[in-house]
Write a protein that binds this ligand. Structure first.
Ligand code: NAD
Ligand code: WQD
Length: 336
């Protein structure tokens, strides 16, 4: 299939581009590089030996979007492009709503105008808010707690309405848990701008000496060791979930929703120990108060993705930390 990947220069997008090509798909990438570097795409080309088109374009620019669609014919779109920093979304909500929600509406209009009706959307476990119990199944109540999460939820509703209005669309809403790790080559990985918000990039920058210590946000949660528990999934496993979703869309399923996680929860302290083992470096840390808006624990029930997509994760925590460390050690300043 020929797949347009929006946000393909980003962290999850670049890994998915590799796996799409390795699975025999043709790709084109659309990205405005607002949170990424074109070098990631050069490296996707060197890992795969494949060439593909890159459109440096913004989803808010309707004209640019139309020319991307009129230039080539796509069978499907995987839509990663979006802003994703929770804290920033609280400070500049309008930018998040405009970029994520309006950007997605523009994309869907361009798809509709060009009769491309297969779409995979990057949703997030954040749509479950503070879950009533664990593990989380797809039919849990939803409710976001910050503007970023609201954009994901709004887009889910918009795509559901779009499907209701025209059931010739096939749409997969993929709710990711916590993606970490990197390609085993060490050539592509997560390259956050500024101080990382998320645990793993923060730990890896402590390991490589860019940051002095990790702030552990709370050791008094109702979890086995008091620190927050999350469902970390290797970015390559996550990328493969998109390949499975593309296969599913070819069977004309309508609108489908899947959790993409491993089903296993790991605490902050367990992640520190796993990273120390992988990097052979000591991770200094300080216990800090809880971070506002954090929940104690979150992990997926993976049965639906397993049964309906045949999705099964292959990599464990050690693989995730080892590949993250390889990327960090080979690229101490990211793509710069
Ligand atoms: P990322 O920031 O690395 O990638 C997003 C890409 O989208 C970037 O390359 C950015 O330049 C591009 N982009 C943003 N706005 C754009 C616009 N208006 N037009 C064109 N390009 C634009 O983020 P990621 O971690 O790879 O996440 C990919 C998707 O998955 C996002 O939608 C994110 O919300 C979602 N997601 C991420 C996580 C996570 O923890 N990383 C978890 C759940 C969901
Ligand atoms: C994990 C655990 C923290 C940083 C966020 C978004 C979510 C999704 C994934 C996109 C928590 C603790 C963290 C640090 C710490 N993104 N922590 N020190 O909060 O589960 O999810 O990213 O959709 O929407 O909210 O991930 O990596 O930030 O935190 O102690 O410096 O690590 O308290 O328990 P989170 P995270």
């Amino acid at each position: 299939m020929k797949v347009l990947v929006t946000g393909g220069a980003g962290y999850i997008g670049s890994h998915t581009c590799v796996r799409l090509i390795e699975n025999g798909h043709e790709i084109a990438v659309l990205d405005n590089l607002s949170n990424s570097n074109e070098k990631a795409l050069q490296r996707v080309k060197s890992i795969t030996g494949a060439d593909f088109k890159f459109y440096k374009a913004d989803l808010l620019d309707k004209e640019a979007l139309n020319s991307v669609f009129s230039n080539e014919r796509y069978d499907a779109v995987i839509h990663f492009a979006g802003l994703k920093a929770v804290g920033e979304s609280v400070e500049i909500p309008l930018k998040y709503y405009a970029n994520n929600v309006s950007g997605t509406i523009n994309l869907c209009e361009a798809m509709k105008n060009n009769n491309v009706k297969k779409l995979v959307f990057s949703s997030s476990a954040t749509v479950y808010g503070n879950p009533k119990s664990l593990p989380i199944t797809e039919d849990f109540p939803v409710g976001a707690t910050n503007p970023y999460g609201q954009t994901k939820l709004m887009i889910e509703y918009i795509l559901k309405d779009l499907y209701l209005s025209d059931n010739s669309w096939d749409i997969a809403l993929l709710r990711y848990f916590n993606p970490i790790g990197a390609h085993p080559s060490g050539l592509i990985g997560e390259d956050p701008r500024g101080i990382p918000n998320n645990l793993l990039p923060y730990i890896s920058q402590v390991a490589v000496g860019r940051l002095p210590y990790l702030n552990v946000y709370g050791n008094d949660y109702d979890t086995p060791d008091g620190s927050g528990v999350r469902d970390y999934i290797h970015v390559i496993d996550l990328a493969d979930g998109h390949i499975k979703a593309i296969d599913k869309l070819n069977a004309n399923p309508g609108l489908v929703t899947y959790n993409l996680g491993t089903g296993n929860g790991f605490s902050v302290f367990e992640m520190i120990r796993a990273y120390e083992k992988a990097s052979k470096r000591k991770i200094e840390y300080k216990i800090m108060p809880r971070r506002q808006g954090d929940i104690a624990a979150c992990y997926a029930n993976t049965d639906k993705a397993k049964n309906e997509l045949g999705f099964q994760t292959l990599y464990g925590i050690d693989d995730m930390c080892e590949s993250s460390w390889k990327w960090q050690e080979m690229n101490p300043n990211g793509y710069k």
